[in-house]
Write a protein that binds this ligand. Sequence first.
Ligand code: PLP
Length: 493
Amino acid sequence: MKSDPKFDDALTLDPGDWTEFRAVAHAAIDDATDRIRTLRDGPVWQPMPEDVRAAFSGPVPSGPQSLREVYEQVATQVIPHAMGNVHPRFWAWYMGAGDLAGALADFLAGVDGSNLGVGDTAASLVDQQVTRWIREMMRFPEGASGALVSGGTMANIIGLTAARNAMAGIDLRKHGLAQMERPLAFYASDQVHSCHHKAMNLLGLGANALRHIPTDDGYRIDVRALRDAIAADRKSGIKPACVIATAGSTNTGSVDDLNAIADLCARERIWMHVDGCIGALIAIAPRNAHLVDGIERADSLALDLHKWLHAPFDVGCVLMRDRARHRSTFAENAEYLQPATRGLAAGEFLHDFTLETSRGFRALKVWMMLKHHGVEMFGRLIDQNIYQARYLTGLVEAEPSLELMAPTATSVVCFRFNPGGSTEDALRALNTELLLRLQESGLCVHSDTTLRGRYCLRVAFCNHRTRPSDIDELAAAVLLLGNELLQASRSIP
Ligand SMILES: *Cc1c(COP(=O)(O)O)cnc(C)c1O
Protein backbone atom coordinates (compact mmCIF):
# COMPACT_ATOMS: atom_id res chain seq x y z
CA MET A 1 0.00 0.00 0.00
CA LYS A 2 1.30 3.41 -0.92
CA SER A 3 1.14 5.56 2.16
CA ASP A 4 -0.35 9.03 2.29
CA PRO A 5 2.11 11.19 4.24
CA LYS A 6 -0.71 13.32 5.67
CA PHE A 7 -2.61 10.27 6.97
CA ASP A 8 -1.56 7.93 9.79
CA ASP A 9 -2.83 4.56 8.60
CA ALA A 10 -1.62 2.59 11.62
CA LEU A 11 -3.89 4.04 14.32
CA THR A 12 -5.12 1.64 16.99
CA LEU A 13 -6.44 1.67 20.53
CA ASP A 14 -4.08 -1.08 21.64
CA PRO A 15 -1.48 -0.17 24.29
CA GLY A 16 1.70 1.44 22.99
CA ASP A 17 3.48 -0.09 25.97
CA TRP A 18 2.16 -3.57 26.73
CA THR A 19 4.27 -3.93 29.85
CA GLU A 20 2.81 -0.75 31.29
CA PHE A 21 -0.75 -1.94 30.60
CA ARG A 22 0.00 -5.21 32.36
CA ALA A 23 1.36 -3.36 35.40
CA VAL A 24 -1.69 -1.09 35.72
CA ALA A 25 -4.07 -4.03 35.29
CA HIS A 26 -2.24 -6.03 37.97
CA ALA A 27 -2.38 -3.05 40.33
CA ALA A 28 -6.13 -2.72 39.73
CA ILE A 29 -6.68 -6.38 40.61
CA ASP A 30 -4.52 -6.06 43.73
CA ASP A 31 -6.41 -2.96 44.87
CA ALA A 32 -9.77 -4.62 44.22
CA THR A 33 -8.81 -7.69 46.23
CA ASP A 34 -7.60 -5.56 49.15
CA ARG A 35 -10.70 -3.43 49.05
CA ILE A 36 -13.08 -6.36 49.31
CA ARG A 37 -10.92 -8.09 51.94
CA THR A 38 -10.97 -5.02 54.22
CA LEU A 39 -14.45 -3.68 53.43
CA ARG A 40 -15.76 -4.10 56.95
CA ASP A 41 -13.20 -1.63 58.33
CA GLY A 42 -14.50 1.28 56.25
CA PRO A 43 -17.75 3.22 56.12
CA VAL A 44 -20.67 1.77 54.19
CA TRP A 45 -21.19 5.10 52.45
CA GLN A 46 -19.80 8.59 52.94
CA PRO A 47 -20.97 12.03 51.88
CA MET A 48 -18.94 13.29 48.92
CA PRO A 49 -16.60 16.27 49.45
CA GLU A 50 -17.05 19.17 47.04
CA ASP A 51 -13.64 18.68 45.40
CA VAL A 52 -14.56 15.13 44.47
CA ARG A 53 -17.91 16.26 43.08
CA ALA A 54 -16.12 18.97 41.08
CA ALA A 55 -13.74 16.41 39.58
CA PHE A 56 -16.59 15.11 37.40
CA SER A 57 -17.48 18.35 35.69
CA GLY A 58 -14.71 18.89 33.10
CA PRO A 59 -15.18 18.84 29.32
CA VAL A 60 -14.51 15.83 27.08
CA PRO A 61 -10.76 15.12 26.99
CA SER A 62 -9.37 15.88 23.56
CA GLY A 63 -5.99 14.25 23.97
CA PRO A 64 -4.60 11.19 25.72
CA GLN A 65 -3.68 10.63 29.37
CA SER A 66 -1.75 7.66 30.69
CA LEU A 67 -3.89 4.72 31.80
CA ARG A 68 -2.08 4.86 35.15
CA GLU A 69 -3.31 8.42 35.74
CA VAL A 70 -6.83 7.59 34.67
CA TYR A 71 -6.89 4.56 36.94
CA GLU A 72 -5.54 6.73 39.76
CA GLN A 73 -8.62 8.94 39.52
CA VAL A 74 -10.90 5.90 39.58
CA ALA A 75 -9.09 4.53 42.62
CA THR A 76 -9.13 7.78 44.60
CA GLN A 77 -12.35 9.47 43.52
CA VAL A 78 -14.78 6.91 42.14
CA ILE A 79 -14.35 3.74 44.18
CA PRO A 80 -14.32 5.43 47.64
CA HIS A 81 -17.67 7.01 46.81
CA ALA A 82 -19.45 3.90 45.62
CA MET A 83 -22.97 3.01 46.69
CA GLY A 84 -21.76 0.68 49.42
CA ASN A 85 -23.99 -2.27 48.56
CA VAL A 86 -20.91 -4.51 48.68
CA HIS A 87 -20.44 -3.63 52.38
CA PRO A 88 -21.63 -6.08 55.09
CA ARG A 89 -23.92 -3.45 56.65
CA PHE A 90 -25.79 -2.35 53.52
CA TRP A 91 -29.48 -3.26 53.64
CA ALA A 92 -31.21 -0.62 51.50
CA TRP A 93 -33.73 -1.22 48.70
CA TYR A 94 -32.84 -4.63 47.27
CA MET A 95 -29.41 -5.19 45.81
CA GLY A 96 -26.88 -7.94 45.63
CA ALA A 97 -23.55 -7.47 47.39
CA GLY A 98 -21.36 -8.34 44.41
CA ASP A 99 -18.70 -11.01 44.08
CA LEU A 100 -15.07 -10.96 42.99
CA ALA A 101 -15.47 -13.94 40.65
CA GLY A 102 -18.37 -12.11 39.02
CA ALA A 103 -16.32 -8.92 38.73
CA LEU A 104 -13.46 -10.83 37.14
CA ALA A 105 -15.97 -12.31 34.70
CA ASP A 106 -17.12 -8.85 33.64
CA PHE A 107 -13.52 -7.99 32.76
CA LEU A 108 -13.07 -11.25 30.87
CA ALA A 109 -16.38 -10.76 29.06
CA GLY A 110 -15.11 -7.41 27.86
CA VAL A 111 -11.89 -8.98 26.63
CA ASP A 112 -13.82 -11.73 24.83
CA GLY A 113 -15.82 -8.94 23.25
CA SER A 114 -18.59 -11.09 21.76
CA ASN A 115 -21.95 -9.60 20.88
CA LEU A 116 -24.47 -12.26 21.84
CA GLY A 117 -27.29 -11.04 19.65
CA VAL A 118 -26.27 -13.53 17.00
CA GLY A 119 -23.37 -15.84 16.27
CA ASP A 120 -21.99 -19.31 16.78
CA THR A 121 -19.71 -18.52 19.72
CA ALA A 122 -18.85 -20.19 23.00
CA ALA A 123 -20.18 -17.03 24.63
CA SER A 124 -23.60 -17.79 23.16
CA LEU A 125 -23.43 -21.35 24.51
CA VAL A 126 -22.52 -20.00 27.96
CA ASP A 127 -25.57 -17.72 27.80
CA GLN A 128 -27.86 -20.58 26.76
CA GLN A 129 -26.44 -22.85 29.45
CA VAL A 130 -27.07 -20.18 32.10
CA THR A 131 -30.72 -19.78 31.08
CA ARG A 132 -31.11 -23.58 31.15
CA TRP A 133 -29.57 -23.67 34.63
CA ILE A 134 -31.96 -20.99 35.82
CA ARG A 135 -34.88 -22.88 34.28
CA GLU A 136 -33.73 -25.93 36.26
CA MET A 137 -33.32 -23.93 39.46
CA MET A 138 -36.86 -22.57 39.06
CA ARG A 139 -38.23 -26.03 38.21
CA PHE A 140 -39.68 -24.79 34.91
CA PRO A 141 -40.41 -27.58 32.42
CA GLU A 142 -37.86 -28.66 29.86
CA GLY A 143 -38.57 -26.80 26.65
CA ALA A 144 -39.26 -23.56 28.46
CA SER A 145 -37.18 -20.68 27.16
CA GLY A 146 -35.25 -17.96 28.88
CA ALA A 147 -33.32 -14.81 28.19
CA LEU A 148 -30.77 -12.83 30.13
CA VAL A 149 -31.56 -9.13 30.17
CA SER A 150 -30.44 -5.99 31.97
CA GLY A 151 -32.57 -6.62 35.04
CA GLY A 152 -35.97 -7.23 36.53
CA THR A 153 -37.67 -4.33 34.82
CA MET A 154 -36.73 -5.59 31.37
CA ALA A 155 -37.54 -9.20 32.35
CA ASN A 156 -41.01 -8.12 33.47
CA ILE A 157 -41.56 -6.07 30.31
CA ILE A 158 -40.69 -9.09 28.18
CA GLY A 159 -43.05 -11.37 30.11
CA LEU A 160 -45.90 -8.87 29.97
CA THR A 161 -45.38 -8.23 26.27
CA ALA A 162 -45.73 -11.94 25.56
CA ALA A 163 -48.83 -12.02 27.78
CA ARG A 164 -50.40 -9.07 25.98
CA ASN A 165 -49.76 -10.55 22.52
CA ALA A 166 -50.95 -14.01 23.55
CA MET A 167 -54.21 -12.67 24.96
CA ALA A 168 -55.00 -9.96 22.40
CA GLY A 169 -57.18 -12.27 20.31
CA ILE A 170 -55.65 -10.85 17.11
CA ASP A 171 -52.18 -10.80 15.57
CA LEU A 172 -51.15 -7.79 17.59
CA ARG A 173 -47.75 -7.44 15.98
CA LYS A 174 -49.47 -6.93 12.68
CA HIS A 175 -52.64 -5.06 13.51
CA GLY A 176 -51.82 -3.12 16.67
CA LEU A 177 -53.89 -2.28 19.72
CA ALA A 178 -56.40 -0.18 17.79
CA GLN A 179 -57.77 -3.29 16.08
CA MET A 180 -58.48 -5.14 19.32
CA GLU A 181 -62.16 -5.86 19.88
CA ARG A 182 -62.05 -5.73 23.65
CA PRO A 183 -59.66 -3.85 25.93
CA LEU A 184 -57.32 -6.01 28.03
CA ALA A 185 -57.07 -5.91 31.80
CA PHE A 186 -54.03 -6.92 33.87
CA TYR A 187 -54.21 -7.60 37.63
CA ALA A 188 -51.69 -7.23 40.43
CA SER A 189 -51.71 -6.47 44.13
CA ASP A 190 -51.44 -2.95 45.54
CA GLN A 191 -47.85 -3.92 46.38
CA VAL A 192 -46.81 -4.42 42.75
CA HIS A 193 -43.44 -2.93 41.75
CA SER A 194 -43.49 0.38 39.90
CA CYS A 195 -41.77 -1.14 36.83
CA HIS A 196 -45.13 -2.65 35.90
CA HIS A 197 -46.47 0.87 35.47
CA LYS A 198 -43.61 1.53 33.07
CA ALA A 199 -44.59 -1.69 31.30
CA MET A 200 -48.25 -0.66 30.98
CA ASN A 201 -47.10 2.64 29.53
CA LEU A 202 -44.73 1.00 27.06
CA LEU A 203 -47.25 -1.67 26.04
CA GLY A 204 -49.75 1.02 25.13
CA LEU A 205 -52.30 -0.32 27.61
CA GLY A 206 -52.21 2.62 30.02
CA ALA A 207 -52.05 2.71 33.80
CA ASN A 208 -55.78 2.10 34.20
CA ALA A 209 -55.50 -1.29 32.53
CA LEU A 210 -53.56 -2.50 35.58
CA ARG A 211 -56.04 -3.27 38.36
CA HIS A 212 -54.60 -2.90 41.85
CA ILE A 213 -56.13 -5.59 44.02
CA PRO A 214 -56.08 -5.03 47.81
CA THR A 215 -53.78 -7.08 50.04
CA ASP A 216 -54.37 -8.84 53.35
CA ASP A 217 -52.62 -8.17 56.67
CA GLY A 218 -49.56 -9.97 55.32
CA TYR A 219 -49.46 -7.75 52.20
CA ARG A 220 -50.44 -10.69 49.96
CA ILE A 221 -52.98 -10.26 47.20
CA ASP A 222 -56.56 -10.96 48.31
CA VAL A 223 -57.39 -13.82 45.96
CA ARG A 224 -61.13 -13.48 46.49
CA ALA A 225 -61.01 -9.79 45.55
CA LEU A 226 -58.91 -10.76 42.52
CA ARG A 227 -61.53 -13.26 41.42
CA ASP A 228 -64.28 -10.66 41.86
CA ALA A 229 -62.36 -8.07 39.82
CA ILE A 230 -61.90 -10.56 36.98
CA ALA A 231 -65.62 -11.42 37.03
CA ALA A 232 -66.61 -7.73 37.04
CA ASP A 233 -64.38 -7.02 34.05
CA ARG A 234 -65.76 -9.96 32.07
CA LYS A 235 -69.25 -8.72 32.76
CA SER A 236 -68.50 -5.29 31.38
CA GLY A 237 -66.92 -6.58 28.15
CA ILE A 238 -63.28 -6.25 29.15
CA LYS A 239 -60.91 -9.15 28.54
CA PRO A 240 -58.99 -10.31 31.64
CA ALA A 241 -55.54 -11.03 30.23
CA CYS A 242 -52.89 -11.48 32.88
CA VAL A 243 -52.35 -11.76 36.61
CA ILE A 244 -49.01 -10.45 37.85
CA ALA A 245 -48.23 -12.32 41.05
CA THR A 246 -45.49 -10.97 43.29
CA ALA A 247 -42.99 -13.37 44.85
CA GLY A 248 -41.22 -11.07 47.27
CA SER A 249 -42.72 -7.59 47.35
CA THR A 250 -40.40 -4.63 47.55
CA ASN A 251 -42.12 -3.05 50.55
CA THR A 252 -42.28 -6.04 52.87
CA GLY A 253 -40.94 -9.13 51.07
CA SER A 254 -44.43 -10.69 51.05
CA VAL A 255 -45.20 -13.55 48.67
CA ASP A 256 -48.61 -13.89 47.00
CA ASP A 257 -50.34 -17.28 47.18
CA LEU A 258 -48.86 -18.58 43.94
CA ASN A 259 -50.75 -21.86 43.85
CA ALA A 260 -54.10 -20.16 44.41
CA ILE A 261 -53.30 -17.69 41.63
CA ALA A 262 -52.16 -20.49 39.31
CA ASP A 263 -55.45 -22.35 39.96
CA LEU A 264 -57.44 -19.21 39.26
CA CYS A 265 -55.51 -18.42 36.07
CA ALA A 266 -55.96 -21.98 34.81
CA ARG A 267 -59.70 -21.85 35.48
CA GLU A 268 -60.10 -18.42 33.90
CA ARG A 269 -57.64 -19.07 31.04
CA ILE A 270 -55.55 -16.07 32.00
CA TRP A 271 -51.79 -15.66 31.58
CA MET A 272 -49.91 -15.97 34.89
CA HIS A 273 -46.82 -13.83 35.20
CA VAL A 274 -44.71 -13.86 38.36
CA ASP A 275 -42.55 -10.93 39.37
CA GLY A 276 -39.94 -12.87 41.30
CA CYS A 277 -37.23 -10.23 41.18
CA ILE A 278 -36.75 -10.52 44.92
CA GLY A 279 -38.17 -13.89 45.89
CA ALA A 280 -37.94 -16.31 42.95
CA LEU A 281 -34.52 -17.55 43.98
CA ILE A 282 -35.93 -18.68 47.35
CA ALA A 283 -36.79 -21.77 45.28
CA ILE A 284 -33.14 -22.88 45.67
CA ALA A 285 -33.01 -22.30 49.44
CA PRO A 286 -33.42 -25.68 51.20
CA ARG A 287 -35.13 -24.35 54.36
CA ASN A 288 -37.44 -21.85 52.71
CA ALA A 289 -38.18 -23.07 49.17
CA HIS A 290 -41.75 -23.88 50.22
CA LEU A 291 -42.44 -20.13 50.51
CA VAL A 292 -42.55 -19.88 46.71
CA ASP A 293 -44.35 -23.14 45.94
CA GLY A 294 -46.32 -22.79 42.72
CA ILE A 295 -43.82 -20.45 41.06
CA GLU A 296 -43.03 -23.20 38.55
CA ARG A 297 -46.62 -22.98 37.27
CA ALA A 298 -46.22 -19.47 35.85
CA ASP A 299 -46.44 -18.77 32.12
CA SER A 300 -43.67 -16.24 32.51
CA LEU A 301 -41.33 -15.38 35.37
CA ALA A 302 -39.03 -12.42 35.91
CA LEU A 303 -36.11 -12.75 38.28
CA ASP A 304 -33.04 -10.76 39.13
CA LEU A 305 -29.54 -12.20 39.28
CA HIS A 306 -28.03 -8.94 40.54
CA LYS A 307 -30.14 -9.28 43.67
CA TRP A 308 -29.98 -12.62 45.49
CA LEU A 309 -27.37 -14.20 43.22
CA HIS A 310 -25.05 -11.22 43.88
CA ALA A 311 -23.91 -10.97 40.26
CA PRO A 312 -22.40 -7.52 39.67
CA PHE A 313 -24.91 -5.17 38.02
CA ASP A 314 -26.62 -5.64 35.73
CA VAL A 315 -28.29 -8.93 34.90
CA GLY A 316 -31.81 -10.28 35.14
CA CYS A 317 -33.63 -13.19 33.53
CA VAL A 318 -37.01 -13.94 32.09
CA LEU A 319 -38.32 -17.50 31.74
CA MET A 320 -41.21 -18.42 29.49
CA ARG A 321 -43.14 -21.68 29.53
CA ASP A 322 -44.00 -21.52 25.83
CA ARG A 323 -40.78 -21.13 23.89
CA ALA A 324 -42.51 -20.65 20.53
CA ARG A 325 -44.68 -17.91 21.98
CA HIS A 326 -41.59 -16.25 23.48
CA ARG A 327 -39.77 -16.26 20.16
CA SER A 328 -42.73 -15.16 18.08
CA THR A 329 -43.21 -12.15 20.34
CA PHE A 330 -39.85 -10.68 19.36
CA ALA A 331 -38.29 -12.45 16.37
CA GLU A 332 -37.65 -10.37 13.27
CA ASN A 333 -36.40 -11.38 9.88
CA ALA A 334 -33.96 -8.81 8.53
CA GLU A 335 -32.11 -9.54 5.30
CA TYR A 336 -28.83 -8.60 6.96
CA LEU A 337 -29.42 -10.98 9.90
CA GLN A 338 -30.26 -14.29 8.30
CA PRO A 339 -29.54 -17.56 10.08
CA ALA A 340 -27.08 -19.88 8.35
CA THR A 341 -26.38 -23.59 8.62
CA ARG A 342 -22.61 -23.07 8.67
CA GLY A 343 -20.19 -20.36 9.67
CA LEU A 344 -20.51 -17.66 12.31
CA ALA A 345 -24.21 -16.99 11.71
CA ALA A 346 -25.13 -20.63 12.39
CA GLY A 347 -25.72 -20.18 16.12
CA GLU A 348 -28.96 -19.50 17.97
CA PHE A 349 -30.15 -15.92 17.41
CA LEU A 350 -30.54 -14.81 21.01
CA HIS A 351 -31.86 -11.41 19.98
CA ASP A 352 -35.03 -13.21 18.87
CA PHE A 353 -35.93 -13.52 22.55
CA THR A 354 -35.47 -9.94 23.75
CA LEU A 355 -35.97 -6.32 22.78
CA GLU A 356 -32.29 -5.57 22.30
CA THR A 357 -30.40 -6.55 19.16
CA SER A 358 -26.86 -6.28 20.46
CA ARG A 359 -26.37 -8.17 23.71
CA GLY A 360 -23.39 -8.14 26.04
CA PHE A 361 -21.76 -11.19 27.59
CA ARG A 362 -23.41 -10.72 30.99
CA ALA A 363 -23.93 -14.46 31.09
CA LEU A 364 -20.27 -15.04 31.92
CA LYS A 365 -20.48 -13.60 35.44
CA VAL A 366 -23.45 -15.78 36.30
CA TRP A 367 -21.81 -18.83 34.73
CA MET A 368 -18.50 -18.33 36.52
CA MET A 369 -20.20 -17.63 39.85
CA LEU A 370 -22.44 -20.70 39.64
CA LYS A 371 -19.50 -22.91 38.68
CA HIS A 372 -17.16 -21.42 41.27
CA HIS A 373 -19.53 -21.37 44.27
CA GLY A 374 -22.08 -24.01 43.25
CA VAL A 375 -25.81 -23.43 43.39
CA GLU A 376 -26.10 -24.97 46.89
CA MET A 377 -24.05 -22.14 48.33
CA PHE A 378 -26.48 -19.56 46.95
CA GLY A 379 -29.43 -21.45 48.43
CA ARG A 380 -27.76 -21.51 51.85
CA LEU A 381 -26.97 -17.80 51.64
CA ILE A 382 -30.64 -17.05 50.95
CA ASP A 383 -31.62 -19.15 53.97
CA GLN A 384 -29.04 -17.19 55.98
CA ASN A 385 -30.57 -13.85 54.96
CA ILE A 386 -34.08 -15.04 55.79
CA TYR A 387 -32.79 -16.21 59.17
CA GLN A 388 -31.19 -12.78 59.71
CA ALA A 389 -34.52 -11.07 58.97
CA ARG A 390 -36.20 -13.25 61.57
CA TYR A 391 -33.40 -12.50 64.02
CA LEU A 392 -33.87 -8.72 63.61
CA THR A 393 -37.64 -9.21 63.89
CA GLY A 394 -37.04 -10.93 67.24
CA LEU A 395 -34.91 -8.03 68.48
CA VAL A 396 -37.60 -5.55 67.43
CA GLU A 397 -40.36 -7.51 69.10
CA ALA A 398 -38.38 -7.82 72.33
CA GLU A 399 -37.72 -4.09 72.58
CA PRO A 400 -40.68 -1.97 73.77
CA SER A 401 -39.53 1.21 71.99
CA LEU A 402 -39.25 -0.53 68.61
CA GLU A 403 -42.41 -1.23 66.61
CA LEU A 404 -42.69 -3.96 63.98
CA MET A 405 -44.65 -2.50 61.06
CA ALA A 406 -45.39 -5.61 58.98
CA PRO A 407 -45.07 -9.36 59.38
CA THR A 408 -41.62 -10.52 58.22
CA ALA A 409 -42.39 -12.94 55.39
CA THR A 410 -38.94 -13.41 53.89
CA SER A 411 -35.92 -11.10 54.12
CA VAL A 412 -37.36 -7.60 54.61
CA VAL A 413 -38.01 -6.13 58.07
CA CYS A 414 -40.17 -3.02 58.41
CA PHE A 415 -40.02 -1.35 61.83
CA ARG A 416 -39.47 2.00 63.51
CA PHE A 417 -38.38 3.68 66.68
CA ASN A 418 -41.60 4.40 68.59
CA PRO A 419 -41.48 4.65 72.36
CA GLY A 420 -45.09 5.88 72.39
CA GLY A 421 -46.73 9.25 72.84
CA SER A 422 -45.69 10.70 69.45
CA THR A 423 -47.90 11.67 66.53
CA GLU A 424 -47.53 10.00 63.13
CA ASP A 425 -45.90 13.16 61.77
CA ALA A 426 -43.42 13.29 64.64
CA LEU A 427 -42.55 9.62 64.16
CA ARG A 428 -41.95 10.19 60.48
CA ALA A 429 -39.67 13.16 61.18
CA LEU A 430 -37.77 11.38 63.92
CA ASN A 431 -37.24 8.12 62.03
CA THR A 432 -36.27 9.93 58.82
CA GLU A 433 -33.61 11.85 60.71
CA LEU A 434 -32.46 8.62 62.33
CA LEU A 435 -32.10 6.94 58.94
CA LEU A 436 -30.10 9.85 57.49
CA ARG A 437 -27.80 10.09 60.50
CA LEU A 438 -27.01 6.38 60.32
CA GLN A 439 -26.22 6.68 56.59
CA GLU A 440 -24.02 9.75 57.15
CA SER A 441 -22.22 8.09 60.05
CA GLY A 442 -21.10 5.32 57.70
CA LEU A 443 -22.21 2.69 60.21
CA CYS A 444 -25.00 1.17 58.14
CA VAL A 445 -27.34 1.92 55.27
CA HIS A 446 -30.97 0.93 55.07
CA SER A 447 -33.94 2.57 53.38
CA ASP A 448 -37.49 3.50 54.27
CA THR A 449 -41.05 3.11 53.04
CA THR A 450 -44.61 3.96 53.97
CA LEU A 451 -47.07 1.17 54.70
CA ARG A 452 -50.77 2.05 54.76
CA GLY A 453 -49.84 5.65 55.52
CA ARG A 454 -47.35 4.81 58.28
CA TYR A 455 -43.67 5.62 57.87
CA CYS A 456 -41.16 2.85 58.57
CA LEU A 457 -37.52 1.94 58.38
CA ARG A 458 -36.94 -0.90 55.96
CA VAL A 459 -34.05 -3.32 56.35
CA ALA A 460 -33.62 -5.74 53.44
CA PHE A 461 -31.21 -8.62 53.87
CA CYS A 462 -29.69 -9.43 50.51
CA ASN A 463 -26.07 -9.54 51.53
CA HIS A 464 -23.69 -12.46 51.85
CA ARG A 465 -21.29 -10.50 54.10
CA THR A 466 -23.67 -9.60 56.94
CA ARG A 467 -22.93 -11.23 60.31
CA PRO A 468 -25.28 -11.47 63.33
CA SER A 469 -23.14 -8.90 65.18
CA ASP A 470 -23.92 -6.38 62.42
CA ILE A 471 -27.62 -6.78 63.19
CA ASP A 472 -27.01 -6.32 66.93
CA GLU A 473 -25.11 -3.13 66.10
CA LEU A 474 -27.96 -1.87 63.94
CA ALA A 475 -30.57 -2.44 66.66
CA ALA A 476 -28.36 -0.83 69.30
CA ALA A 477 -27.65 2.18 67.06
CA VAL A 478 -31.34 2.71 66.29
CA LEU A 479 -32.18 2.69 70.00
CA LEU A 480 -29.32 4.97 71.00
CA LEU A 481 -29.91 7.47 68.23
CA GLY A 482 -33.69 7.27 68.56
CA ASN A 483 -33.51 8.15 72.25
CA GLU A 484 -31.02 10.96 71.59
CA LEU A 485 -33.25 12.47 68.91
CA LEU A 486 -36.28 12.14 71.15
CA GLN A 487 -34.54 13.93 74.01
CA ALA A 488 -33.42 16.68 71.68
CA SER A 489 -36.90 17.17 70.23
CA ARG A 490 -38.43 17.32 73.70
CA SER A 491 -35.89 19.84 74.95
CA ILE A 492 -36.90 22.32 72.23
CA PRO A 493 -39.29 24.70 74.02
C1 PLP B 1 -36.00 -4.80 41.87
C2 PLP B 1 -37.37 -5.15 41.47
C3 PLP B 1 -37.80 -4.93 40.16
C4 PLP B 1 -36.99 -4.19 39.15
O1 PLP B 1 -35.83 -4.87 38.84
P1 PLP B 1 -34.54 -4.11 38.27
O2 PLP B 1 -33.52 -5.15 38.23
O3 PLP B 1 -34.23 -3.02 39.26
O4 PLP B 1 -34.91 -3.56 36.94
C5 PLP B 1 -39.05 -5.39 39.82
N1 PLP B 1 -39.84 -6.00 40.71
C6 PLP B 1 -39.46 -6.20 41.99
C7 PLP B 1 -40.39 -6.89 42.93
C8 PLP B 1 -38.22 -5.76 42.41
O5 PLP B 1 -37.85 -5.93 43.69
